[in-house]
Design a protein. Structure first.
Length: 191
C-alpha cells in the first residue's frame, strides 16, 4: 500500500470519527446516554480488576476450580491489555473528543504528552473489558457471547458518551483481543 493510499484511508477514518462524534453530540444528555455513561465507566481499570478479583475470590471460597481459573485469567488478561494500551498511549498523542473550532477530529501524532486530554488513543476501557470478557469466555464458553456483548456495550459507550473516537475504540478492541490471545498462547486453556 502506498503512502498516498494510507493518507487517503487516514483522512476518511478521521472524517468518520468526527461524523460519529457530531451525530452523538445532541443525544448526550438523554437517559439512554446516561445509562451508557454508567456502563462505560464499568470498563475502567478499578471496576474491571474488582470484578475479576471477585470472580477469583468466589471460586476460591466456593472451591470451584473453573471459577478460580476464570478469575485468574481475567486478571492476567486485564493486566496484559493495560500494559499494552499504556505502551501505545506513550507512543501516540491524540486529543480526546471535544468541540473544535475547525470541526475536525484531531490527527494522531508521535507521543510526547501524558495528560489525560492528549491520551485518547487507544481506548483503555475497551481494551480491558474486551480482554476480561474473552478470558471469562474461555472458562465459561456457554456465557462467552453474553460477556462479549457486555464488553461491546462498554466499547460503544466510549463513543456514545464522546470520551473516545471510533478509531480509539477499534484500537482498544484490537489490543484487548491480542492481549487475551497472547495469554492463551502463554497459558493454553485445557478442558
Amino acid at each position: 500500500m502506498t503512502n498516498k493510499n494510507m493518507k487517503g484511508i487516514s483522512r476518511r477514518l478521521l472524517a468518520l470519527d468526527q461524523k460519529i462524534h457530531d451525530i452523538a453530540r445532541p443525544y448526550a444528555d438523554l437517559p439512554p446516554m446516561r445509562l451508557l455513561e454508567r456502563i462505560g465507566k464499568a470498563g475502567d481499570q478499578p471496576p474491571m480488576l474488582s470484578l475479576s478479583a471477585a470472580v477469583l475470590a468466589t471460586g476460591l471460597l466456593s472451591e470451584r476450580p473453573r471459577m478460580m481459573f476464570a478469575g485468574t485469567r481475567m486478571i492476567a488478561a486485564h493486566l496484559i491489555a493495560t500494559a499494552a494500551k499504556n505502551v501505545v498511549k506513550r507512543q501516540i498523542d491524540r486529543e480526546r473528543p471535544a468541540p473544535r473550532l475547525d470541526g475536525k477530529a484531531p490527527h494522531p501524532r508521535p507521543g510526547k504528552r501524558s495528560s489525560k486530554r492528549m491520551t485518547g488513543f487507544p481506548s483503555g476501557h475497551t481494551a480491558g473489558s474486551i480482554a476480561v470478557a474473552r478470558a471469562f469466555g474461555r472458562a465459561y464458553p456457554e456465557h462467552a457471547a453474553k460477556a462479549a456483548g457486555v464488553a461491546g456495550l462498554v466499547a460503544v459507550a466510549q463513543v456514545a458518551r464522546r470520551k473516545h473516537y471510533l478509531t480509539d475504540v477499534l484500537a482498544g478492541l484490537a489490543i484487548g483481543l491480542a492481549s487475551e490471545a497472547a495469554l492463551t498462547r502463554l497459558v493454553p486453556v485445557r478442558r
